[in-house]
Design a protein around this ligand. Structure first.
Ligand code: FES
Ligand SMILES: [Fe+2]
Length: 342
């Protein structure tokens, strides 16, 4: 009998992660000027064609491995800064100046492209190899009644898996977030269930909370303590969403959290808010973003100092309770991805 023994811990650059979608950058960062972005221990170059299509290649010229991100676009083609080789939209070399006109070009003079490129809700995602996981999606991003606010991109020392774990964790609010929203949170995590769907899951629960942002409280129309529903949606490996529905005051507050593993020690965090309860007020969105930044800083003060930057995939390694159902399911999904690739 053959037993599969996979990695015990998932690091930021586990090879299985190459078979999944990752956030490479924000759409606005992709222009006609080539730019480098790091992901899974590799550097990629991204630029945009005149028709607006994003192109991504490994940031390495096949000739002498010069960074293509130092080159420049000529129409929809990319010219390497070193010896001027030109590559077309498909990554094929179409000109080698040193050989003159009409020369036969080596067939291996070809750029390496990721298996998948996908642009959606103002972000660019790539799958380095044939993806097993579904494309990330945030429903609120497609609904025009929502105002969107982007946090600045954060780069930090962290494990992407542990940051995902932290986002899904409900028991840390009164402790880590005592300085922001945690003081009002009950310590006991309510019973909730997790619904698995392939390489993702959803978890929902309702609870009472102090709705300090509700103008109706100050106006005496509604009580301070109100009901809200929290829905966590996770898509492997590192795409997360929390939708908070205010059941009494109305409105929905969506927090998107997209993590890019850069290398074994670093992660980029792309977080955006979608809200339909701010009456379109850019100023109130600005306040909401500042608050979210403060919340993330509370999390990162701990996460950036974790001694071991990897996640145990064997469920028996750590101690879990019923309050940890989402984070246990996270480990199961990631373990399944690792097993599927090996
Ligand atoms: S290294 Fe790019 S053209 Fe020579
Ligand atoms: Fe947190």
């Amino acid at each position: 009998m053959i037993f599969y023994i996979g990695p015990v811990n998932l690091t930021n650059t586990d090879p299985s992660l190459r078979r999944a979608w990752h956030t490479l950058c924000r759409s606005e960062e992709v222009t006609a000027t080539p730019r480098a972005f790091d992901l899974l221990g590799q550097r990629w170059v991204a630029y945009r064609t005149s028709a607006g299509a994003p192109l991504v290649f490994l940031d390495r010229c096949p000739h002498r491995f010069a960074p293509l991100s130092m080159g420049q676009c000529e129409g929809d083609a990319l010219r390497c800064v070193y010896h001027g080789w030109v590559f077309d939209e498909d990554g094929r070399c179409v000109e080698i100046p040193a050989l003159g006109d009409g020369a036969t070009l080596p067939s291996r003079a070809q750029l390496s492209a990721p298996a998948g490129i996908y642009e959606s809700h103002s972000m660019l995602f790539i799958a380095p190899e044939e993806p097993l996981t579904p494309r990330p999606r945030i429903t609120a991003a497609e609904d025009e009644s929502f105002l969107r606010g982007d946090l600045d991109v954060i780069e930090t020392r962290a494990s992407a898996a542990l940051l995902a774990d932290n986002f899904l964790d409900m028991a840390h609010f009164p402790f880590i977030h005592a300085g922001t929203f945690g003081a009002d949170e009950a310590r006991e995590v309510p019973h909730y269930s997790v619904t698995r769907d392939g390489y993702g899951f959803e978890a929902t629960y309702e609870h009472d909370f102090a709705h300090r942002e509700d103008p109706g409280v100050a106006a005496g129309i509604r009580p301070l303590v109100q009901r809200r529903r929290l829905t966590y949606r996770y898509v492997a490996p590192f795409h997360l969403e929390l939708a908070i529905d205010f059941l009494d005051a109305g409105g929905t507050n969506v927090i998107g959290f997209f993590l890019t593993p850069i290398d074994d020690e670093r992660v980029r965090i792309y977080s955006s808010l979608w809200r339909n309860d701010l009456e379109g007020s850019v100023e109130r969105m600005r306040e909401a973003i500042d608050f979210e930044v403060a919340v993330i800083e509370e999390d990162l003060a701990l996460q950036s100092r974790m001694e071991v930057l990897s996640m145990p995939l064997d469920i028996t390694t750590e101690v879990h309770t019923r309050a940890d159902k989402t984070t246990v399911e996270l480990r199961r999904v990631l373990a399944d991805l690792v097993a599927a690739v090996n």
